[in-house]
Design a binder for this molecule. Structure first.
Ligand code: GAL
Length: 677
């Protein structure tokens, strides 16, 4: 560990980060001159280099070619561009695999991946670890005090595209990990419930990864393997980070996360957030029919939350279309700026892209870039230059923090557990619940912090819990304390069911939440595909639910909505429980957007969350505040001009105009007001 506290912001970067992955090794050096000239024209402040360059930096074992990297860093430095320098450990060279073919990862079906793509790594492999440590040390020794160096970028997107390896080295490593976690094999047998289906183990040596089995594998084993695979990647990150801290002190170390739940499902970012000096994130729009700006806001809020509320950096997004979805729409005019400034509003200290210059060759040649194939006489380039100017005028937001109104609980372990085999209804998707609850809050113009179930929640008037199936006793106590002390809690069905080993809590469902919610759930009653149930409210209003219903027995809670048909007719669908100074709501079916909006309407009243002044749907308003002032971001995602009420007058930073009373935000535009005072 370093002797002093590590730096948490890029060394020498005095503006917001603006730039992208820069892969100049794909071009003759004569092109680099044009690159830096155009970077300056666009206002680029930082680029990420060397992420995939191991084969060029170490062309054969122990033989290094740093000449090109020396020239590159010097050139960038001469032009005032800061460098986020990659350790290239996501792409070992072919010579490494020829010497160590068992470093290639193996699938659960026993298929070994081949060389010829990227990120083919078994993270348990000792030779990989040695080689990664060695190239990291060499780079740190050579560039640790290079004047261009702003930060270290370890590896690339741990967990994507390979989330776990099932080879024999991993099996041995898994056994050691289990022995450390459980101490004795008896304790493991108990925790995993191996009395079931005769799975009892006599020794740790008998245990394997959850490779392909005839039918459902032991769920506790599968859940522990997710934890093990995540922890193993983190061991490798920490190994590299510690080398960098030792050899290159004072330079922050990051690795680029992918917090969007649609993009990475194998990494517990609560744990990773504690290990990096500075959180950075990559985000790409997924065209799955949902509103992409809502998904973006959610990923940005989650990123800020894993950073503990501290500023973070968007290290990659796209200027226009990507190339890895079945259909890759281009971004509409102005969308790139809305996306970029949407991240900044939610705490990012800049907006970076994959990548600077669009590749001519390789798998990503149809992925957009800052400098497209078409060159500078293109819409994308003009918008890039405009964005560089916009970010330049927002420099003073650096160091401020986004103000959240409410919290949503999220836990990757619970998500993993819910996705194991043989759950009551395959149509129940915990991510969908998180997305939908988030969207309902977004539509009320509330800014959301995410929180771990055991985190201190006392700062939030309202806490929303979408399907938190795995919940520890400690989390249950935390929520009880929160409500007793005056908080308002909203809990969705299938929460508080199992402990950390996927064992059902003793007593009736929902174990640690029974007292908080004032009810028990006698039985789940999942619905068939497309089956709907009607539920009626106190004023005779009617809503519908699908996917899930339950036989809820109130034990102190009042029934607010009741099932009107289906097997659970007459039973409570939505309940409210007053406990201590606070209130806990429970919903036992899957509500659609209307239902969630109605439910949150009641909860927001209980919580006395100040409603946002009347704003049109899809006009996003977010506040960042800190020592340098208060900044109101207004992003108009609609095709109509909008007016945003302004309680405090201020100066709009992108136009330089004064704004008072109300702020005009043209269709598709972004406005950022530095509030007076
Ligand atoms: C990221 C990755 C980049 C590039 C990009 C394309 O996930 O880190 O290297 O592949 O996707 O969208």
């Amino acid at each position: 560990m370093p002797e002093s506290m590590p730096e948490t912001s890029p060394r020498g970067l005095t503006r917001l980060a603006f730039g992208g992955d820069y892969n100049p090794e794909q071009w003759p050096e004569s092109v680099w001159q044009e690159d830096v000239r155009l970077m300056r024209e666009a206002g680029v402040t930082m680029v990420s280099v060397g992420i995939f360059s191991w084969a060029l930096l170490e062309p054969s074992p122990g033989v290094y070619d740093f000449g090109w990297m020396d020239r590159l860093l010097d050139l960038l430095h001469e032009h005032g561009i800061r460098v986020d320098l990659g350790t290239p450990t996501v792409c070992p060279p072919v010579w490494f695999y020829r010497a160590h073919p068992d470093a290639l990862p193996v699938t659960a079906d026993g298929v070994r991946h081949e060389f010829g793509s990227r990120a083919a790594i078994c993270h348990s492999n000792a030779d990989y670890r040695t080689a990664a440590a060695s190239i990291t040390t060499k780079l740190a020794e050579r560039y640790g005090d290079h004047p261009a160096l702003a930060m270290w970028h370890v590896h690339n997107e741990y967990g994507v595209p390979v989330s776990a390896c099932y080879c024999d080295s991993c099996a041995a490593h898994f056994r050691r990990w289990l022995a450390a976690a459980y101490g004795t094999v008896d304790a493991l047998n108990e925790a995993w419930g191996t009395a079931f289906w005769g799975q009892r183990y006599a020794a740790f040596e008998d245990i394997n990864p959850p490779r392909t089995t005839p039918t459902a594998v032991n769920p506790a084993q599968a859940l522990d393997y997710k934890r093990f695979a995540d922890a193993t990647m983190r061991e490798n990150f920490v190994m590299e980070r510690d080398i960098l801290h030792r050899v290159s002190p004072g330079v922050p170390v990051t690795t680029n996360f992918m917090t969007a739940l649609s993009q990475c499902d194998s990494v517990d970012y609560w744990a990773w957030g504690r290990e990096v000096d500075l959180v950075t994130n990559d985000h790409y729009l997924i065209t799955d029919g949902r509103r992409t700006h809502v998904n973006l806001a959610m990923a940005a809020d989650l990123t800020r939350s894993v950073a503990g509320g501290a500023p973070w950096i968007l290290l990659e997004h796209s200027t226009s279309g990507v190339n890895w979805q079945p259909r890759n729409p281009a971004k509409a005019p102005g969308q790139m700026a809305r996306n970029s400034l949407g991240h900044v509003a939610r705490g990012s200290e800049g907006a970076m892209f994959f990548q600077w210059r669009q590749s001519r060759r390789g798998a990503e040649k149809f992925h957009s870039a800052m400098l497209p194939h078409g060159g500078t006489d293109t819409r994308v380039w003009r918008e890039v230059v405009q964005l560089g100017a916009s970010l330049d005028s927002l420099s003073t937001v650096r160091g401020t923090r986004t103000r959240a109104d409410v919290a949503m609980l999220w836990d990757w372990h619970s998500w993993w557990a819910q996705n194991l085999d043989w759950r009551p209804n395959a149509d129940h998707d915990p991510r969908e619940r998180a997305d939908s609850f988030y969207e309902a809050l977004y539509d009320r113009h509330l800014t959301v912090d995410f929180a771990h179930p055991e985190a201190d929640l006392s700062a939030y008037p309202l806490v929303v819990v979408p399907a938190l199936y795995l919940m520890t006793e400690a989390a249950g106590r935390n929520l009880r304390r929160y409500v007793e002390n005056g908080g308002t809690l909203v809990v969705s069905y299938f929460s508080g069911i199992v402990d950390e080993h996927d064992a059902v809590h003793e007593g009736a469902y929902p174990g640690p939440l029974r007292d908080v919610l004032g009810l028990t759930v006698e039985e789940f009653s999942p619905l068939l595909q497309d089956q709907l149930v009607r539920i009626t409210g106190p004023d005779g209003s009617e809503l519908s639910g699908d996917v899930w219903t339950e036989f809820v027995v109130p034990r102190g809670a009042e029934t607010v909505w009741t099932y009107a048909d289906g097997l659970t007719a007459g039973h409570p669908a939505v309940t409210r429980h007053r406990l201590g100074e606070g209130t806990a709501w429970y919903v036992s079916t899957r509500l659609g957007a209307d239902g969630l909006d109605a439910l949150l309407g009641w909860a927001v009243e209980d919580a006395q969350v100040t409603p946002r002044a009347d704003l049109p749907r899809d006009v996003e308003v977010v506040l960042r505040a800190g020592e340098s002032g208060s900044f109101l971001f207004a992003i108009n995602h609609t095709a109509s001009d909008a007016k945003v009420p302004l309680e405090t007058p201020g100066t709009e930073l992108l136009t330089g105009e004064r704004a008072a009373g109300r702020l005009e935000v043209p269709a598709g535009a972004v406005r950022v007001v530095r509030l007076d005072g």
